[in-house]
Ligand binder design. Structure first.
Ligand SMILES: C[S@@+](CC[C@H](N)C(=O)[O-])C[C@H]1O[C@@H](n2cnc3c(N)ncnc32)[C@H](O)[C@@H]1O
Length: 430
């Protein structure tokens, strides 16, 4: 895409049909009841608090839960600080009509855009880190498993090849040779990369390191946090382990099968129809000139929090595999150390969101609780949205009670035994 070229979205925006109005959404949240067996807070707690002298409603309930295993496994690509697909799904289904535009300025692994397209909406994803679209875009164009199988069989692997950096602490020499062969193949085919090669690149990027036999590496941290070579040497010593051989093609096929299973016919049809109309940008979220004004019906996003996540440290190996310079990328990623710095960046993000949001359109801005609940970013975000011109609908707090079952599914639970998402919700006036 050429720089500053505006995206052609106008043709796909349709009239209000099914989505909730402000009042309907408020009533819906207030009267909300999930199935009783889900151990939820029974009734919505509606509290009104003053933020900078403005009364703001807070709606607390278990609006979605990992117990609803309704999302497709195609989302199951790990990424630091990603949210569950149930979160964007909740807002997409209630605040947009089919064919409308859904946006995420901090797209990460692409949870919002993938969920939007699966639900028959047009998605726009933006992330300053090019790894984001490498991980997200191929899942909008999923190949058949047979095609992946055939393509992998056609790629020749030389187990004797060596990487240009020392990776011996992560990989058996033969596995390293296979990874290097795949990297070279993908580098050569990059210019004309088709959906099958992009898929293989995405899966391989996701399988580089991890803590089970389903990854190319010896036991290390979870796949979204590549440790440094020095730390890996320490892990190997402590665990008295040496990298054993892992079959790269077999692992890619197994993970592909997992991602593609249970994709419903309706979702496939939506992907076929809407993926081509969706867009990926690699801009700073404060400046996304390609998106025309007044076009986005809904933004669902989760920004980088106060320097909690070191995206560059996490991603050095993924960047190496994709021939990306992790240091250049890390300089562009927002790493605010203070609340003031963070607010200044997010204030500009809100101004840009106001420009691109359709009159009557919505923003759902998810923030966590930082520094053990001492900094409530949702309360910091509210004035930023108001200054940009939005009306603040309120703060939705999804409070999920901790259970053993949800722990098995890998939910991070905080100390009080609940898993909380706090989402500041705004609307642009009609
Ligand atoms: C909390 S993560 C988003 C995770 C996402 N919701 C998901 O489910 O995968 C924040 C993302 O913001 C990106 N980011 C950081 N600073 C940015 C900026 N100034 N503009 C655009 N993206 C940025 C990071 O690369 C990271 O992927």
């Amino acid at each position: 895409m050429r720089e500053f070229k505006q995206l052609d979205l106008g043709a796909y925006v349709i009239s209000n049909e099914h989505r909730c109005s402000w009042d309907q959404f408020e009533q819906y949240l207030t009267l909300f009841q999930l199935k009783p067996s889900f151990n939820q807070i029974e009734k919505t707690q509606v509290l009104t608090e003053c933020i900078q002298e403005k009364p703001i409603k807070k709606f607390v309930n278990e609006y979605w839960t990992s117990m609803q295993r309704q999302s497709t496994p195609i989302h199951e690509v790990s990424y630091r600080a990603c949210f569950k697909p149930q979160l964007p799904c909740f807002f997409i289904e209630r605040l947009t009509n089919p064919s409308e535009v859904v946006y995420d300025p901090f797209s990460g692994r692409g949870t919002t855009i993938i969920e939007a397209v699966l639900k028959g909406r047009i998605g726009i994803a933006n992330d300053i880190n090019p790894l984001s679209s490498i991980l997200a875009k191929p899942r909008l164009f999923p190949p058949e498993i047979k095609e992946v199988e055939r393509r992998l069989a056609a790629i020749s692997f030389d187990q004797k090849k060596k990487a240009d950096i020392d990776l011996s602490m992560f990989y058996h020499p033969n596995t390293e040779g296979e990874i290097v062969s795949l990297r070279e193949y993908l580098e050569q085919s990059r210019r004309n990369e088709d959906a099958i090669d992009s898929w293989i690149r995405m899966v391989a990027t996701n399988r580089l390191t991890g803590h089970s036999k389903g990854f190319f590496s010896v036991y290390t941290l979870p796949p979204n946090q590549a440790v440094s070579p020095e730390s890996q040497k320490r892990i190997n010593e402590k665990r008295n382990q040496k990298p054993d051989y892992r079959n790269v093609k077999k692992i890619i096929l197994t993970k592909s099968r997992q991602l593609l299973r249970d994709l419903k016919q309706k979702e496939r049809l939506n992907l076929e129809k809407y993926a081509e109309q969706s867009y990926f940008l690699t801009e700073d979220a404060r400046n996304t000139k390609q998106i025309p004004s007044n076009t986005v019906q809904l933004t669902v996003t989760s920004p980088p929090f106060l320097n909690i996540v070191q995206y560059s440290n996490d991603n050095w190996l993924r960047c190496w595999f994709n021939s990306l310079d992790d240091r250049t990328i890390s300089k562009k990623i927002t790493m605010a150390r203070t609340v003031e710095q963070w607010s200044s960046v997010m204030g500009d993000v809100f101004k840009e969101l106001y420009r691109i949001t359709k009159p009557g359109g919505w923003v759902a801005f998810e923030v966590g609780e930082v520094r053990k609940g001492k900094v409530k970013l949702d309360e910091i975000v509210v004035p930023l949205g108001l200054v940009a011109g939005f009306k603040c609908f309120g703060i939705l707090i999804n409070s999920q009670v901790f259970t053993k079952t949800s722990n098995i599914w890998g939910i991070n639970n905080n100390e009080s035994g609940t898993n909380t998402n706090r989402i500041a919700v705004f609307q642009k006036e009609e």
